[in-house]
Write a protein that binds this ligand. Sequence first.
Ligand code: PLP
Length: 390
Amino acid sequence: MIPYGRQSIDSDDIDSVTSALRSEFLTQGPRVGKFESSLGKAIQSPHVIAVSSATSALHLACLALEVGPGDMVWTSAISFAASANAARYCGAEVDFVDIELETFNMSVEDLEARLLRASIDGKLPKVVIPVHMAGQPCDMERIHMLGQEYGFAVIEDASHALGSTYNSRPTGSCEFSDVAVFSFHPVKMITTGEGGACATNSPIIAARIQRLRSHGITRDVGEMENPPHGPWYYEQLELGFNYRITDIQCALGESQLKKLSSFVRIRNEMAQRYDEALNVSGLNLPVVRHDRKSSFHLYIVRTEDESGVGRKQLFERLRTHGIQVNVHYLPIYRHPYYLRTGKYSPDSFPNAEKYYWSCISLPIYPDLTSSDQQKVLEALSMDVGFQTIF
Ligand SMILES: *Cc1c(COP(=O)(O)O)cnc(C)c1O
């Protein structure tokens, strides 16, 4: 079986985790701060807070931006459900923005049209969460400008996009957002097993996320409401969570991070090979905008047929060849949890619908051998019936 994605673990990773296990700290020791500062350097961010998952990072980012009941949060129609769930955890309402068919990212034109309508109805979003689908950053400058005009904050869901750039600046530098969120789940760009992080340029947001990560407790005398009773003293200032990441996980993250640039390079080389070999296949290939570099977490092609029939056939036949292709994702509004509210109609997201019924994610990950990629291409050429130039 060739999966669509998987982790790449070498002996340096294993040594790094082993040394954490032999050390004094298993959780919240020196390796958490070290990983945060290494990640901060890699993404040019002054404040990085590592947490237990991207899902908890999204939740904390929403809370730090004061999202609560009565608020509206918008995200992309095509994403993993966690992008929307974060707002629901805070009691806010969720709505979706349609995508562009070339990049699978939030369509800025659709965002603008929806903002115009929402401003007339008085239902503007407090936060917009663009998702850097497959590893390609969204058009952040234009989203930021709309944020200035309509008064919303921006959380980048960069779960796919560690190692990508926009205008030559790394995703996570938050030039055009308030917070960026990363995932270290095994299929993502680097892994800590489970894990995630928030990056922000705001010391205030950073401090809030840090406090909420650990129960809302502070040990900082300057933040306390009462004079400390002694050196043991701490105070819980608000209702927080245990969303901490462990030293063991950060030991893995630290050693994975050293390989990030080679992971991104290898994934881009594989994407280029797919691009060249599939050029005449009749499949719609992913487009990367000239001012961006994708991390290529996913390589997604679309069948010409948008009814779902052609995609299903291709999917099933690739699976019978042992190629574990996948579909990313069911539009979030189609999940019963969201659909049964009656608030969302597939008709209002024509591109997300076309995308969903035609998309398929081909295997791409650093340890995919070139002979395995060849197998994928051969299986595709048999299925789609095109002449290959491998
Ligand atoms: C993987 C993913 C998440 C959630 O990441 P976890 O670390 O598993 O919580 C959120 N958003 C997107 C777009 C993802 O792909």
